[in-house]
Design a binder for this molecule. Structure first.
Ligand code: UD1
Length: 419
């Protein structure tokens, strides 16, 4: 099994490009199931989760043509079965995103109950309740969600409690081909939801309210093909910016969207980083030897993203002073804490809050990746630690970070993939 070997202590320096966003690419690939002609999707990140989604589409008989530069053409005219099998779904929770499109377009779907990151129970009850509210009959049998509808789905009023990103996306996609108007209240406002809406709009969907917590979708009879490029990955960009702040570096990230990173940029600035932005780039420079501790609480967009929480635990663990980090989205998302503690970090967990006493330096150690973003925090910890850090189970990182060791090497880091 592959591992990452990092020798810490090198300040990151240089320029890289942001990749396309995983959390946009996945719903947009699922949305291609709604179209009656081919959909071309560009700027797809080269990630295991994207490959899983392409395999999932392929397993249904959908034509998937991938070019060298990660542009994919999806042609659903050859679709043969409407099943998302457990072998694929278990590796990626976002597979649930095919439920809405399959039901809306084919009146039927069988989707295995999802697995994915081990960060809490992560139920899919809201997805199921919403499909029922839209007229589908949904049963859970033998670990599968079996859903069908007589005729078209019906436009309905859906209220999300709590707000759910993929839940909102599933309902949006289902509503595009439903009969009548669907209103979603307490909808997710994440940039990736807006990206999906932009893609659906270019396919002929009628959606109002993108980026707000109330969406109104008027169903149409069919959607057409389109050519769409996925937005940059704000979590990937945020992770590299944090790495630069921790290592006392100076980097520029091109093809980024700074406006989607306001909460992360604000926290990096309070940790002492100097940040400059342009329309599609961000530059960060750290002129002090250690970051300053900065407390935060995660929340739905535009609050601080839960997907950047682990990286800030790593940053605060070597910062001057003490801080608290409170996780409000997922109940079990602190598995990185005990690994960072193995490297000398002084972190106490109290319920959903990590209390962090910053120390001068972490020490390299063998550690284990437990979920996608926890893995990223261990990479960051390894980049600043004294000595060598080996990170095991890095398949978690490959689910969400494109060529992470190549990009870090381009910035001067001493990192390699070993087996
Ligand atoms: C998405 C992102 C993930 C991010 C998360 C929160 C994708 C592919 N993944 O995950 O990277 O960490 O948003 O920003 O976009 N919940 C329920 N019932 C449901 C659905 C969700 O109780 O049916 C709860 C969850 O347990 C969690 C909260 O709602 O506590 C938010 O989860 P949700 O927004 O649905 O996360 P995902 O869409 O899975």
């Amino acid at each position: 099994m592959d591992k990452l070997l990092i020798k810490g202590g090198v300040p990151l320096n240089g320029e890289i490009y942001a990749s396309g966003a995983k959390n946009s690419a996945l719903p947009i690939l699922a949305a291609s199931l709604l179209s009656d002609s081919p959909v071309t999707i560009g700027n797809l990140p080269h990630l295991n989760d994207v490959t899983t989604m392409l395999e999932l589409l392929g397993s249904m008989g959908v034509g998937v043509m991938l070019s060298d530069d990660m542009e994919v053409q999806v042609d659903t005219s050859s679709i043969k079965n409407l099943d998302a099998r457990y072998e694929l779904v278990k590796t990626m929770r976002a597979s649930i995103l095919v439920l809405g499109p399959l039901l809306a377009r084919h009146q039927e779907a069988t989707v295995a109950l999802p697995g994915g990151c081990a960060i809490g129970s992560r139920p899919v009850n809201l997805h199921i309740e919403a499909m029922r509210a839209m007229g589908a009959e949904v049963n859970i049998e033998d670990g599968y969600i079996k859903a069908s509808v007589n005729g078209r789905l019906k436009g309905s009023k859906i209220f999300f409690d709590p707000v759910s990103v993929t839940g909102t996306e599933n309902v949006i996609m289902a509503a595009c081909l439903a009969d009548g108007i669907t209103t979603i209240r307490n909808a997710a406002k994440e940039p990736e939801v807006v990206d999906l809406i932009n893609c659906l709009t270019s396919m002929g969907a009628n959606i109002k309210g993108a980026g707000s917590d109330t969406l109104e979708i008027e169903g149409v009879h069919s959607l057409k093909g389109t050519s769409f490029s996925v937005t940059p990955d704000r979590v990937e960009v945020g992770t590299y910016l944090t790495a630069a702040a921790m290592t006392g570096g100076h980097i520029k990230i091109k093809s980024a969207k700074p406006e989607y990173l306001s909460s992360v940029i604000t926290k990096l600035e309070s940790s002492g980083a100097l940040i400059q932005t342009g329309e599609d780039w961000i530059e960060i420079k750290m002129e002090i030897d250690r970051p300053i501790s900065t407390s935060l609480t995660t929340g739905p967009y535009p609050s601080f993203p839960t997907d950047m929480q682990a990286q800030f635990v790593a940053l605060n663990s070597i910062a001057k002073g003490s801080s608290t980090i409170t996780e409000t989205i997922f109940e079990n998302r602190f598995m990185h804490v005990q690994e960072i503690a193995r490297m000398g970090g002084n972190i106490t967990l109290k319920g959903n809050t990590a209390i962090i006493e910053g120390i001068k330096a972490l020490k390299g150690a063998p550690v284990m990746a437990t979920d996608l973003r926890a893995s990223a925090s261990l990479v960051l910890a390894g980049l600043v630690a004294e000595g060598s850090t080996t990170i095991d189970r890095i398949y978690h990182i490959d689910r969400g970070y494109e060529r992470i060791e190549e990009k870090l090497k381009m910035l001067g880091a001493d990192i390699e993939r070993i087996s």
